[in-house]
Design a protein around this ligand. Structure first.
Ligand code: ADP
Ligand code: MG
Length: 243
């Protein structure tokens, strides 16, 4: 079966094992073009592993991954058209913010003028223009995470993967950046898969939520539907529905 054009990402019968540990088990998932999908589940259920498979940072044990209808299962990460933001900022400490944003583009051979343009566009969207000449050590946690998002933005990717990008930040900053990420998505209208273990984050950000447990997806539906019609007791308890 191949993916329709409205489908941005299609995952078919995906499995991944680390030695004897089966982490992803025959997992199927379709994400629509421009959709904001939240993967919600408790620690250890396989969320990061799934994102890393989509990004091509891990080799799958079985199954296929399609992006924009193309089978990318064995394609190298840089060819997949993906921007990824990790939980820890993973900025290069010895480089300025501008250096961090430009680095991947330089390596990819993007012409200098275009790098300048993309970096200043991303910096404007994220309101980090005044910070471009600073090094990460001279930034607050929120500013660092904005810079990390910037590094994904400059890639002009059609698909963004966010792995718990706000979980190292305090509550106030988390709430602010949540709003910004939502606005960013409305502005760019690219496909997002956003991983979190935080129910509030999932409810406020998602077009649809996929509830994950033990390497499988238990339910995939809108926040409203999941809250009002949880598929089972585990989902109800996890999402905090009245039952
Ligand atoms: P989550 O992101 O939902 O917290 P992970 O995808 O990081 O979960 O991990 C899922 C399971 O796989 C956990 O049991 C974890 O210990 C295990 N795991 C993750 N990465 C590795 C690895 N590189 N080698 C062995 N086991 C791993
Ligand atoms: Mg994780």
């Amino acid at each position: 079966m191949d993916a329709s054009t409205e489908t941005s990402i299609a995952i078919r019968n995906l499995s991944l094992s680390f030695g004897l540990l089966d982490v992803l088990k025959d997992l199927n998932l379709e994400v629509g073009q421009g959709e904001f999908l939240v993967l919600l589940g408790s620690s250890g259920c396989g969320k990061s592993t799934l994102l890393n498979c989509i990004a091509g940072l891990l080799d799958v044990t079985g199954g296929q991954i399609f992006i924009g209808g193309r089978n990318v299962t064995w394609e190298e990460p840089s060819k997949r058209g993906i921007g990824m933001v990790f939980q820890s900022y993973a900025l290069y400490p010895q480089m300025t913010v501008k250096g961090n944003l430009s680095f991947g583009l330089k390596n990819a051979g993007v012409p200098k003028a275009e790098i300048e343009e993309r970096v200043s566009r991303a910096a404007k969207v994220l309101q980090i223009e005044p910070l471009l000449d600073r090094k990460p050590a001279a930034l607050s946690g929120g500013q660092r995470q904005r810079a990390a998002i910037g590094r994904a933005l400059v890639r002009d990717a059609n698909v963004f993967l966010f792995d718990e990008p706000l979980s190292n930040l305090d509550a106030k900053l988390r709430a602010d950046l949540r709003v910004e990420i939502k606005q960013l998505h409305q502005k760019l209208s690219n496909t997002m898969i956003y991983v979190t273990h935080d129910q509030i984050e999932a409810m406020t950000l998602a077009d649809r939520i996929a509830i994950m447990r033990g390497g499988q997806i238990l339910q995939l539906a809108s926040p409203n539907e999941i809250y009002n019609r949880p598929a089972n007791k585990y989902v109800a308890r996890f999402i905090g529905s009245p039952s």
